[in-house]
Design a protein around this ligand. Structure first.
Ligand code: NAD
Ligand code: DAU
Length: 340
């Protein structure tokens, strides 16, 4: 099977390419990635060479119709897994247009060309953020109405609706996955866990938004990737599959745990102004993928977090290089109240 993976140089995409090359010997993977600030070929440097003909990298934009057409005509893929996205909520608040272009227009470009050029299956990697925010109880199911709150979430929800329309109007073989917060190796240090780990390791302040009582459900990235592979292989066309960790944490409790595991003091915590429109709680019911496809997360949070901390400790050069570049300008603006 020839699989085009878009966004394969980002956090989850690179973990997915690695999993595919390690566990799916019959797949050839074509990684199509624009290499934005979040895309890093270093994430796959070790596997890329070793995979030989089973792996190819092509630099390009999912919203560039001509470039995608050229790729599909040359490779004639059997399937597309669309990870490519602008993925950070805070950046979407500053520059929403870029999010609509990549996340929404890019998805439609891929859907249209997949149909026109006979690509059999299309998997859209979506997010639980399309469902909006929960109160203290309840969980998102696949039937929960879409109610996105940030420009990021709205651009992803629009893409989900375009996938639905592609199925309804053209009978395209489309499946959608909606996952909760991922953690693990190669996550860009703008996201909560790698930001807090890298700041704490450098004895820098840890910026907690608002009162720190917002809740997220955390899943190891490798468990997410295994779920995506299963849905690609066995998911029913037209269906949506929620993916989650049954692992809810208040941000402040999680930050305190990270500090404890690193042996760093809680005095590093700084409360900073809240994210505008900040969703209070996400929790996902992933009973459908468990029942229908037999998926289960393999990593406990305890083991997954220890392994992740060890990775950031042994890959200091990886995140220090990122944090010394364009990132410094972003950080100074985003965290003006604490950034030096
Ligand atoms: P990321 O920001 O780490 O990586 C995104 C990748 O997409 C980068 O390699 C980037 O270069 C590439 N990209 C961006 N714009 C592109 C374009 N126009 N054309 C081609 N490539 C482009 O993101 P991530 O955290 O790995 O998220 C991957 C996907 O998973 C996204 O679709 C996101 O919405 C979804 N998701 C993420 C999480 C999470 O916790 N991070 C949870 C659920 C779903
Ligand atoms: O739920 C899935 C989503 O998870 C994905 O679709 C997104 O791509 C991904 O970025 C993530 O979105 P969040 O906004 O939940 O993740 P983030 O790591 O940015 O923030 C997690 C929580 O931590 C959130 O409540 C905001 C808070 N936070 C975040 C940052 C960066 C802070 O308190 N301080 C911070 O500096």
């Amino acid at each position: 099977m020839k699989v085009v993976v878009t966004g394969g140089c980002g956090f989850i995409g690179s973990n997915f390419v690695r999993l595919a090359l390690e566990t799916r010997p019959a797949w050839r993977v074509i990684n199509y990635d624009l290499l934005t600030y979040a895309g890093n070929p270093e994430n796959l440097a070790d596997v890329a060479g070793a995979a030989g003909d089973r792996y190819r990298f092509v630099r390009g934009d999912v919203a560039d119709k001509e470039a995608v057409q050229k790729l599909f005509e040359a490779e004639q893929p059997d399937a597309i897994v669309n990870f490519a996205a602008e993925s950070h909520v805070d950046r979407s608040i500053k520059d929403p247009v870029r999010f609509v272009r990549t996340n929404t227009v890019g998805t439609q470009v891929l859907l249209t060309l997949a149909r026109e050029l006979g690509v059999k299956r299309f998997l859209q990697v979506s997010t639980d953020e399309v469902y909006g925010s929960l109160g203290p109880t309840g969980k998102f199911t696949e039937q929960t109405p879409l109610a996105p709150n940030s420009p990021y979430a709205a651009s992803k929800a629009a893409a989900d609706l375009l996938c639905r329309a592609a199925r309804h109007t053209f009978g395209q073989d489309v499946v959608v996955t909606r996952c909760s917060n991922n953690y693990g190796p190669y996550q860009f240090p703008e996201k909560l866990i790698p930001l807090m780990l890298s700041n704490a390791m450098s004895d820098q302040p840890l910026p907690v938004y608002g009162d720190g009582q917002h809740v997220r459900d955390w899943l190891h990235v490798r468990d997410h990737c295994e779920a995506v592979a299963l849905v690609l292989e066995r998911g029913v066309a037209g269906e949506v599959y929620n993916i989650g960790g049954n692992n809810e944490w208040k941000n402040l409790d999680l930050v305190r745990l990270l500090l404890k595991l690193l042996g760093k003091p809680e005095s590093l915590i700084r409360f900073v102004p809240d994210r505008p429109g900040h969703d209070r709680r996400y929790a996902i019911d992933c009973g459908k993928i468990e029942r229908e496809l037999g998926w289960r997360p393999r990593h406990t949070f305890e083991a997954g977090l220890s392994e992740t901390i060890a990775w950031y400790q042994t890959h200091r050069g990886w995140w220090e290089r990122i944090k010394s570049g364009e990132y410094r300008k972003y950080y100074a603006e985003q965290y003006a109240t604490i950034a030096k």
